[in-house]
Write a protein that binds this ligand. Structure first.
Ligand code: V47
Length: 382
């Protein structure tokens, strides 16, 4: 029996000590994290994750009015899961100048837009000066629009082309007006997997170090994990464990975002036969384990682009308290077969949250609450 006077019907005995720890707000061990991944007792797993979610946020569920923009898809890195990257000169390659990025934001502009989320390819020849100029121009042209841009992988690339340490790259971008970093490029930290899917990309330790440096400058960031390909469950948990340790150190992460592998048009799908999308149950289990294991992260984000808005709605009972945002035009997941729309309206996100019995909260890129929408009584839900 817990404080709410209700205990789930626990079918897996191994979950009792975990339930007690969750109730007492105590940290779970790696072994306990593995039990969560392996248990067939999904209702208790869901119950536990929801307990933590509601303790942290009640029914509040966050989203942001955000525009996705990839200023280039030209990239020399060659990650095997990627269907987005193109080589210079290919017909499907694009490469926007600063003026073209500004024009693109104008074209896609919607009232109330607060976040511009940009992550792009590692362009082989664009000079370093482009990047701070881009951030500065966007800030001058669209005051109030928060630029959240450049994954740790891109920051490492910028350090190489500028011959400046990553800390200095971050400092100069912050000075130009960068407000936060997205969590991409983390993939899976385990060396065995990283060698096969992202061997030319930023190493795990460097990814973590760049986030540590960003946090030291007061630039807050997110963290992702690409799952559902060749990684084991231990490797997923190891990934979360490394993030939990860094978060203990800095407290600089806002949210953790599991990214479900999209299996179209990439080498991982062709060469290793990874042609299946993740299952709904694996997606939910993964989110719940993340909610329980990452006790020091405020939010677990359900990314509707990759797991569908229907499943994200369900995931609000499995630990998810943030559903990212409107996006307007997403390209990375869609290049690899995502079947979701390119974007969703604010109204659709609000309805989706309300219909799940939760309270929509529109936030900005820095998690300031901008508007709390009403809850909708059960009988009146869509
Ligand atoms: O870095 C690329 C991943 C990331 C595939 O910080 C793929 O708020 C699945 O980082 N299947 C970009 N994933 C997306 C990203 C992100 C998304 C949502 C929110 C935030 C945030 C960040 O997408 C890349 C890479 O890790 N990715 N290809 C694929 N085939």
């Amino acid at each position: 029996m817990n404080a709410a006077g209700y205990t789930p019907t626990v079918r897996d005995e191994r979950l009792w000590p975990i339930l007690e720890k969750v109730e007492a707000g105590r940290r779970l061990s790696f072994e306990e994290g593995m039990v969560l991944y392996q248990t067939p007792d999904y209702p208790t797993l869901m119950w536990l994750a929801n307990r933590v979610r509601e303790r942290k946020h009640g029914h509040k569920t966050y989203f942001v009015h955000s525009l996705r923009l990839e200023f280039t898809n030209i990239c020399y890195v060659g990650c095997t899961f990627c269907a987005f990257a193109a080589k210079k000169g290919e017909a499907r390659a694009w490469d926007y100048s600063v003026e073209e990025v500004v024009a693109k934001v104008r074209e896609k502009w919607e009232p109330g837009l607060t976040e511009l989320h940009m992550s792009s390819g590692h362009h082989p020849t664009r000079p370093w000066s482009y990047y701070p100029e881009l951030v500065r121009t966007l800030n001058e042209t669209f005051p109030g629009l928060q630029v959240k841009a450049f994954t740790a992988a891109e920051i490492e690339h910028l350090s190489k082309i500028s011959k400046k340490p990553t800390l200095e790259v971050l400092r100069e971008l912050k000075e130009a007006g960068l407000k936060a970093l997205p969590g991409g490029g983390a993939e899976i930290f385990a060396e065995r997997v990283r060698k096969q899917i992202a061997k030319n990309k930023v190493k795990a330790e460097k990814w973590l170090q760049i986030h540590r440096e960003a946090h030291s400058l007061g630039l807050r960031t997110n963290a992702t994990m690409l799952y559902g390909h060749i990684e084991t469950l231990e490797e997923r948990l190891d990934h979360m464990d490394r993030l939990r340790r860094l978060q203990d150190e800095t407290g600089g992460f806002y949210s953790f975002i599991p990214l479900a592998f999209q299996p179209d048009a990439n080498a991982l799908a062709f060469n290793l036969g990874k042609t299946e999308f993740t299952t709904g149950l694996d997606d939910l289990r993964n989110l719940a384990v993340a909610r329980l294991y990452l006790d020091n992260f405020d939010h677990i984000k359900g990314y509707w682009v990759m797991i569908s808005s229907d499943l994200v709605q369900v995931s609000l009972d499995w630990g998810v308290s943030d559903i990212d945002g409107t996006l307007i035009e997403e390209h990375i997941a869609h290049a690899a077969g995502a079947t979701s729309p390119l974007g969703l309206s604010r109204q659709r996100l609000v309805q989706l949250i309300q219909a799940a019995g939760r309270v929509p909260v529109e936030r900005d890129a820095l998690y300031n609450e901008l508007r709390v929408y009403p809850a909708v009584p059960v009988g009146a839900r869509a």
